[in-house]
Design a protein around this ligand. Sequence first.
Ligand code: DI6
Ligand code: FE
Length: 402
Amino acid sequence: MAVILDNATVATMDDSVEAGGYGLIPRGAVVIEGDRILWAGPEALLPDSSLPHHDMGGRLITPALIDCHTHIVFAGDRAREFEMRLQGASYEEVARAGGGILSTVTATRAATEDDLFAQSLPRLDAILAGGAATVEIKSGYGIDIETELRMLRVARRLGQARDVTVTTTFLGAHAIPPDYRGRADAYLTEQAIPALRAAHAQGLVDAVDAFCEGIAFTPVQVARVFSEAQALGLPAKLHAEQLSNLGGAALAARHGALSADHLEYLDVDGVQAMAAAGTVAVILPGAFYTLRETQAPPIARLRAAGVPMAVATDCNPGSSPLTSLTLAMNMACTLFRLTPAEALLGTTAHAARALGLTDRGRIAPGMRADLAVWDATHPAELSYRIGSTALHHRIVGGRIDT
Ligand code: DI6
Ligand code: FE
């Protein structure tokens, strides 16, 4: 049975937003049936106003938010490393000294599946409490076959435990384990690629990512991982140009990747390659902020080239212990000069595209009825607030009051 959500301002994020708006309908209504949107438009034009109504109390309705880049499955924390960095150690120095990602690997390997689930669930809940209904979760703190599979099982379980779509990304090429130091290719051959094959065979993988960086994997090694992903029919993503420029974004674009993420050190060639391939630029201001990075991604160039930009939390224990998408949007505006409309597009329509999902991220007929209802009158308010959320409630798969 269809229902009407009325007495609302509706930010559809429809195609007109590419021209700078929100697809805003001031006295708007949305009609949903089952898990789909049937209709959205001005209240005065409702096709059948005899259907049951839910009064939204004049609130703002947007597509439910999408966090398209997280690492929320991990054990332990890295607060001590935060202290070390504040005393002058760089992220790379901590990593080269065996801390950083590898310290989370030690904690994650030691955790049971239930423990990992219990430690990760509050992070998922925090992201959902900020208005999200789709969350991508990466592996990459196991970096051995058994623990990578365990992380991905936990990610799938998280998706079943809450009203959310979880998509999983295999990130076996995240760091080189201590026993493979100086032998990254052997690690890929003996652990990462077999782990990817096994995880894929068990239905645990939706996409494949890698960390292309001086402290991680070279472009040639990343290309090996991408070839394997391609052989399995899985889309690629890449942590690229976060700390230095290795041409990772162009490599990702050549492999038809859904997205290249971080991009602080992206150059003009990388921008052009992404534009030509339609690769989404996922902007992660939480990591920029936490690492006190000073070089911002080339937002003006990306915008001018028409590269779609997404915004995500990058929630992880090292470089971005952030569970608020609206705070990520705020940082994207204040630190990187995205407009609030671009920031919201970045956590809705463009985030969907960064995950290869075509059924969400905008309010339009046929799309999933994943909506966020906000105590706000204008969508710029979502990017404007710091440290509080205006979320009133989420509607997930058409279920009201979740
Ligand atoms: N870049 C990041 O920002 C995260 N992973 C990556 O490749 C950080 C992961 C961590 O420090 O635990
Ligand atoms: Fe990341």
